[in-house]
Design a protein around this ligand. Structure first.
Ligand SMILES: *[C@@H]1O[C@H](CO)[C@@H](O)[C@H](O)[C@H]1NC(C)=O
Ligand SMILES: *[C@@H]1O[C@H](CO)[C@@H](O)[C@H](O)[C@H]1NC(C)=O
Ligand SMILES: *[C@@H]1O[C@H](CO)[C@@H](O)[C@H](O)[C@H]1NC(C)=O
Length: 187
């Protein structure tokens, strides 16, 4: 090999290395995700009985929590689903006010605030590569939830269903795919 081609080869290696380093790994921080789970769980009670009917109509598509149906690796799909759920939920939290007072929610204000801060940070700091596919699978659910949240009356059930299904996704991810998260502590 001529010196020039050796140099070119080294240059290519170097480029490849840089690309790998700068590519987001999409490994979500386990501790933060567990905190969002715990806060959601603690901020209120179980799904109220008056929301049961609606929640049987509005539900996560089966393919979301199944591992077999995708061409992605398990961990990749888990990260994409968790990220996309938090992103879509964040849009709803940003756009609409949680109903308070009579007929409203009885969630702990402080836990809700902590939760929203964490959700914001995760969405902001861990932008995964390409959530197009996860988004396509999840968007009918979020469209339905948004339609209920938008209503004057009964929007509380929309919020309760959002919380309950988010919890389901986070539980599934943390229990079944614990190793897909980054559990390394920052120094
Ligand atoms: C969305 O709502 C429609 C109409 O109620 C229902 O047929 C559909 O199954 C719902 N989809 C999801 C994913 O919740
Ligand atoms: C993301 O993935 C979808 C389908 O999987 C593809 O059509 C789209 O071009 C991708 N977007 C980017 C920015 O790579
Ligand atoms: C995991 O988290 C640690 C601490 O925040 C960070 O230094 C490391 O780069 C992360 N690893 C991956 C694969 O994202």
């Amino acid at each position: 090999m001529s010196p020039t081609s050796v140099l070119l080869f080294l240059l290519q290696l170097c480029c490849l290395q840089m690309m790998l380093v700068s590519m987001p790994t999409c490994k979500l921080p386990g501790k933060m995700v567990r905190q969002t789970h715990d806060l959601l769980d603690d901020m209120g009670l179980r799904l109220p009985t008056q929301c049961y009917q609606l929640s049987s109509d509005i539900h996560l598509p089966d393919s979301v929590l199944s591992d077999a149906s995708t061409k992605h690796s398990k961990c990749r799909w888990t990260s994409l689903v968790v990220y996309e759920c938090l992103r879509e939920a964040n849009l709803i939290f940003t756009e609409y006010d949680v109903p308070e007072g009579e007929g409203g929610l009885t969630w702990s204000q402080q836990k809700l605030e902590y939760y929203q801060n964490l959700q914001d940070r995760l969405v902001e700091e861990y932008q995964c590569l390409n959530t197009t596919e996860a988004s396509a699978v999840l968007s009918p659910f979020f469209r339905n939830v948004t339609a209920v949240v938008e209503q004057q009356d009964g929007s509380a059930c929309g919020w309760e269903i959002l919380r309950s299904d988010l919890l389901q996704v986070l539980k599934w991810a943390l229990h079944n795919h614990h190793g897909c998260f980054n559990w390394t502590r920052a120094h």
